[in-house]
Design a protein around this ligand. Structure first.
Ligand code: SAH
Length: 349
């Protein structure tokens, strides 16, 4: 058994041919999945019934099983998928008022980065996701929306730049024409990283207009290392140099993500330090009020404090957005849902 996301169109054509099916059947199936968002063969009404049964047994539409899909009050939809080895990953669909429909995908089960505020890294890394497992998340979410998915962000569980090959192959499929892939433009795809410098150098070499987002969260090394131990390996000056090079090579804007943690990184003097740090790059800063994770010591700052921090950045000439919290009622901070599920299933001593 091999799920459909494991095939390109030409691979599926050859697989079908080897069992005596004409290539147009492969095109039909691919179009159902990638264009119309079919999640089962039952939906593929122009395929003979017996063929649908046969294909379902051999080439399941999804290799993963959707086990939980809580709907948030603000229409954010989060899916928990069970992989073929029983592990869990999560992905989110975030519809925006301007018509954009963004999906947030995971790239690893767990995460090795162990940021102090994040649920994904609490139990460490279990393994990388395969390309097909990454694409399954996209297909599962595509199957539940009536409008097209317009954007993809790799901001779910895991560190995409520590699983670069599989992420890159998934992106190629997401950018393939709609009948055989996601039909997206690479400028609609964002990779978010905790600052893996060799990965950033690789991204600078990638084709297309992929967007890079860097989780900064502190303007100085001491605090950043406390929040994100990866900063010991790639400290801020090294990271900034890699970003300068990236920008020189690609000409692309860099986005910084900055979680606001109450009384930790949200003071006006830290905002001023942040202005100094990022002013040399063509960039914008995306401020994210902390989405509470009970296992961590952090708290969300009051809204006025968040707004004052944003205002200080803008005064310093930095393009800044202050994110509205979405999906807080469905554990939409990355890793939270999966953590709840896997801890219930396999309590650690
Ligand atoms: N490992 C990558 C991508 C996954 S995390 C990275 O670090 O960028 C995606 C974003 O969610 C990161 O900016 C991360 O710092 C942020 N994040 C993690 N936990 C969060 C929380 N509890 N509240 C708000 N943002 C969080």
């Amino acid at each position: 058994m091999k799920a459909l996301a494991e095939f390109t169109l030409s691979e599926l054509e050859s697989a079908f041919q080897s069992v005596g099916l004409p290539p147009f059947r492969a095109r039909q199936v691919m179009a159902w999945v990638w264009q119309k968002g079919a999640l089962s063969y039952d939906a593929m009404t122009d395929l003979p019934k017996d063929l649908r049964g046969r294909l379902a047994a051999q080439y399941p539409v999804l290799g993963s099983r959707v086990v939980e899909s809580p709907k948030s009050k603000d229409a954010t939809q989060k899916y928990l998928l069970e992989l073929s080895d029983g592990k869990f990953v999560e992905c989110v669909l975030i519809p925006a008022e301007d018509g954009r429909r963004t999906v947030c995908l995971s790239t690893q089960v767990g995460c090795p980065i162990a940021c102090g505020f994040c649920a994904s890294g609490l139990d460490g890394l279990e393994r990388n996701l395969t390309t097909a497992e990454i694409l399954d998340q996209f297909l599962a979410l595509k199957g539940v929306t009536d409008a097209p998915i317009t954007n993809v962000v790799f901001m779910g569980m895991g560190e995409p730049l520590l699983n670069v090959e599989n992420v890159q192959r998934a992106i190629e499929r997401l950018c393939a024409p709609e009948g055989e892939g996601g039909g997206l433009s690479s400028r609609r795809i964002t990779i978010s990283t905790s600052g893996i410098v060799p990965g950033i150098a690789k991204m600078a070499q990638m084709e297309g207009q992929l967007r890079l987002s860097v989780s900064l969260h502190a303007p100085r090394d001491e605090l950043r290392t406390r929040l994100m131990p990866i900063n010991k390996k790639y400290p801020i000056p090294v990271l900034m140099e890699a970003l300068q090079k990236y920008q020189k090579r690609t000409g692309r804007l860099v986005t910084f993500e900055y979680i606001l943690l109450n009384d930790v990184n949200d003071s006006l003097s830290q905002a001023a330090d942040l202005v100094d740090l990022v002013s040399g790059l063509a960039c914008k800063v995306n401020l994210i009020p902390f989405n509470p994770v009970p296992e961590t010591p952090y708290r969300t700052p009051p809204r006025e404090r968040c707004s004052a921090f944003a205002a200080r950045l803008r005064t310093g000439g930095i393009v800044t957005t202050l994110r509205v919290r979405k999906g807080a009622d469905i554990d939409a901070a990355c890793g939270q849902l999966r953590l709840r599920k896997s801890r219930v299933l396999s309590p650690k001593s």
